[in-house]
Design a protein around this ligand. Structure first.
Ligand SMILES: Nc1nc2c(ncn2[C@@H]2O[C@H](COP(=O)(O)OP(=O)(O)OP(=O)(O)O)[C@@H](O)[C@H]2O)c(=O)[nH]1
Ligand SMILES: [Mg+2]
Length: 461
């Protein structure tokens, strides 16, 4: 079965923050110590990290879940919980991550690019953090925040310097196996190659470039004919293209016609593909008598403007079976080695040129933060409002909001955040119900009591 998978789903769950502790100091000669509950540890983050050691999204097909460790809970004696360990998820270079609504979140183009796919939850503060002049013995602590959780759609578009484009059986795989260490299957029938392969070509001591062998294209590929269609995406990031044309085709499609069809399919799939530098190469030169080899294109035809003019030429019935109008930039034979060093040299030059022309690659594109800060107020019923947003949710995430001092604390924090004002502006009246995360309460403007519970001061243990 095929090991190449270029679409998969990934479920990310970052670690939850640990809860803060409620504890009071107890020492032999200290009668009543102060609060000393420590903070919870932060939950681990989940990162996507691009690597060249992987070239498929296969690992996510059957096992889409990736989670980081939770933070440890705080303890007495101001002991802080341990931080949850981050998780690094390896993905192939060229992987994009999208939200389920299609929003592009990250595009990992270079080895080592990292993207924070899930942020760990903050640890809750222990009661020691809530000590103040008015709160001598706080008996509440914060809960840890939940780690970010989300399903992403992953999509892989190979990143190669050169892509080989050609009809089935023209010798693409034979060529890549000749110029690199890649060992794809080679056989004398069309559609031998069912998935893209990458090979690294060493042009000289300093220059390496990567070549992608893509399954053969046929006419109509851009509309989904044949196999090549689903792989056209893997051509889109190549810096240069090789249009490989069989000089003495067993399929009977003359070289000029192969060339025309291929250029046409590229244009129909993505017109910008024709702006890429490309080389037109005749393959299997050993099958053609030297005197019958097509005349090479003039040196300037290297300039792709010339080639596109040739593209617009309408083929006529006059074109003979050997494709008399066909003028490749080079002819090669992967069997005898004819033209191979020249091909490598010209590709190295093309790739170098394209690399220098590129704007400084700043790698990862990261578009959105997982959750916006701030909060919003929504009316959810006639006398009912919901406050949504991390800061507001954080303010009410206490282990115990039933004590007066905890209620006071929440109240003053919400006021400081502007939640009270926002509620009033949204039309909230005294006695209306307000929901924030799991907490619901009756709202009174400018009233110190948070829930309307009896104001009698309970003594803390
Ligand atoms: N004589 C000769 N035969 C070649 C040459 N290159 C490839 N072949 C043969 O052509 C046949 C097809 O070669 P492949 O490399 O599998 O062709 P391909 O383009 O990868 O084909 P698909 O993967 O099906 O698209 C094989 O039998 C090869 O041995 C060459 O330069 N000369
Ligand atoms: Mg092949």
């Amino acid at each position: 079965m095929s090991g190449f998978v270029d679409e998969a789903q990934l479920h990310v769950k970052a670690g939850d923050g640990g809860a803060g502790a409620v504890a009071m100091r107890r020492e032999a000669h200290v009668d009543k110590g102060g609060p000393d509950g420590g903070d919870g540890g932060r939950g681990g983050n989940v990162w996507l990290v691009a690597t060249t050691n992987q070239s498929s999204l296969l690992p996510f097909r059957d096992h889409p879940h990736r989670g980081a460790d939770n933070g440890g809970h705080g303890g007495g004696k101001k002991k802080h919980g341990a931080r949850g360990k981050d998780l690094e998820v390896a993905v192939p270079v060229g992987t994009r991550a999208r939200r389920s609504d299609g929003t592009l979140m990250a595009d990992l183009l270079n080895a080592g690019d990292r993207w924070l796919a899930g942020e760990g939850g903050r640890g809750g503060r222990g009661n020691a953090s809530f000590l103040s002049n008015s709160r001598r013995a706080p008996a509440f602590a914060e809960q840890g925040e939940k780690g970010h959780e989300e399903w992403y759609d992953l999509e892989l578009a190979l990143v190669a310097d050169v892509a080989l484009v050609g009809f089935p059986n023209v010798g693409k795989s034979t060529l890549i196996s000749r110029i690199s260490a890649a060992k794809p299957k080679i056989a004398d029938y069309p559609f031998t190659t069912l998935e893209p392969h990458l090979g690294v070509v060493r042009a000289d001591d300093e220059t390496n470039f990567t070549v992608a062998d893509i399954p053969g294209l046929v006419e109509g590929a851009a509309e989904g004919k044949g196999l090549g269609h689903q792989f056209l995406r893997h051509i889109t990031r190549a810096r240069a293209l090789v249009i490989l044309v069989e000089l003495d085709p067993i399929t009977g499609v003359p070289p000029a016609e192969q060339h025309r069809v291929l250029v046409d399919e590229l244009r129909r799939y993505q017109p910008e593909l024709l702006d890429r530098p490309r080389l037109v190469v005749g393959s299997k030169a050993d099958m053609v008598a030297p005197e019958d080899l097509p005349a090479p294109a003039a040196a300037e035809s290297f300039d792709r403007v010339d080639v596109s003019q040739a593209d617009d030429r309408t083929t006529t019935d006059d074109d003979d079976a050997t494709g008399g109008e066909f003028h490749p930039d080079l002819v090669i034979s992967s069997i005898t080695g004819q033209g191979i060093p020249a091909l490598i040299g010209r590709l190295a030059t093309l790739v170098e040129g394209a690399r220098t022309a590129e704007p400084e690659a700043d790698g990862t594109i990261v578009i959105h933060r997982p959750l916006p800060e701030g909060f919003t107020v929504e009316r959810v019923g006639e006398h009912e409002f919901a406050v949504v947003g991390k800061v507001a949710e954080r303010a009410v995430a206490l282990n115990d909001v039933t004590t007066d001092e905890a209620a006071d604390y929440v109240q003053s924090r919400l006021r400081r955040l502007g939640v009270d004002r926002a509620l009033a502006k949204a039309g909230a009246r005294d006695g209306d119900t307000v929901h924030i995360a799991d907490l619901s309460f009756t709202w009174y403007r400018d009233q110190p009591e948070f829930t309307g519970q009896p104001a009698s001061r309970r003594r803390n243990r």
